[in-house]
Design a protein around this ligand. Structure first.
Ligand SMILES: Nc1ncnc2c1ncn2[C@@H]1O[C@H](COP(=O)(O)OP(=O)(O)O)[C@@H](O)[C@H]1O
Ligand SMILES: [Mg+2]
Length: 262
């Protein structure tokens, strides 16, 4: 394993598996994200090197595969497998999690009843965003990629040039200024393929959806209606959706039984 190097950038997150930094790539005007898998001192050194390398290469490959098949995700700029580092495109824009959170803060009714049915007073439509998410996941599954950690934090909204879904993260709170009003105004970008894999198994795809469902409903308890829009859009946009959605019913039942048992 190469000796650790000090990274010229701002540490954004220090997770168990990875540390992520915001930095620049080659030119000061090109922001990037550096994802580093630190060595684990408690693991056997050779095993640790192999695992780090494997996970780093696997994540970079999945990102490249997605991009080449038209599923939006960060472009990979550089991989240093020995150091366990990936340098990738910086995605400017809030995560879906922050976006929805801000929505709740501004008093949006998430749509179980209520008159605004997924839009708040300013006329912001959430439905198109949900459709976009369903379509993106449908595409991902059609190319046989399982994300492995589909949470609303791992779905980001990408700024289109002339438009602003911008967030200003300060002390954990994000302010949105200038908000997209139509589905064509923003792109949903998938990030964090650290637990991803290539698989054509309906079970794996159903579990992917189930993970998103749990994450979605626990972050936004009133979002049942919105999650159903994701599933509807998945159904329309994913070739193999019928079998996967049937499988999802079984996965849900298993999940429920498990939580009853303890
Ligand atoms: N390409 C990117 N552009 C901008 N922010 C990113 C990018 N990738 C990750 N992030 C930010 O860093 C956080 C952690 O990165 P992630 O790849 O999800 O690692 P982890 O496995 O620790 O969750 C994300 O939740 C997101 O806020
Ligand atoms: Mg993540």
């Amino acid at each position: 394993m190469a000796p650790p190097r000090s990274i010229d950038g701002t540490l954004l997150k220090q997770g168990a598996e990875a540390h992520v930094y915001k930095s620049t790539f080659i030119l000061p005007s090109v922001p990037c994200l550096i994802k580093v898998r630190p060595t684990k001192p408690y693991r056997h050194a050779i095993l640790d090197t192999r695992l780090t390398k494997h996970r780093c290469v696997s994540e970079a490959r999945l990102l490249n595969r997605c991009r080449s098949m038209g599923v939006l995700c960060p472009a990979v700029y550089f991989v240093d497998e020995k150091r366990g580092e990936i340098i990738m495109e910086w995605i400017e824009g809030p995560s879906v999690r922050d976006f929805l959170h801000d929505y709740v803060d501004v008093g949006c009714d998430f749509g179980n009843g209520g008159n605004n049915r997924g839009s708040n007073d300013e006329g912001i439509q959430l439905d198109p965003l949900m459709e976009n998410i369903g379509k993106t996941i449908g595409k991902l599954h059609d190319i046989d990629i399982i994300h492995g950690d589909l949470t609303t934090s791992n779905l980001m909204l990408k700024n289109r040039e002339n438009l602003a879904i911008t967030s200003n993260s300060q002390e954990g709170s994000r302010l949105l200024t200038g908000i997209a009003t139509s589905p064509s105004d923003f792109d949903v970008v998938l990030i964090d393929f650290g637990l991803g894999q290539v698989s054509n198994s309906d079970e794996d795809k159903a579990v992917d959806l189930y993970v998103l469902e749990r994450a979605f409903l626990s972050t936004h308890p009133r979002a049942t209606r919105l999650f159903n829009i994701i599933l509807d859009s998945y159904k329309k946009n994913c070739l193999g959706s019928a079998v996967v959605l049937r499988r999802l019913q079984e996965v849900r039942l298993r999940g429920r039984k498990k939580s009853m048992v303890g």
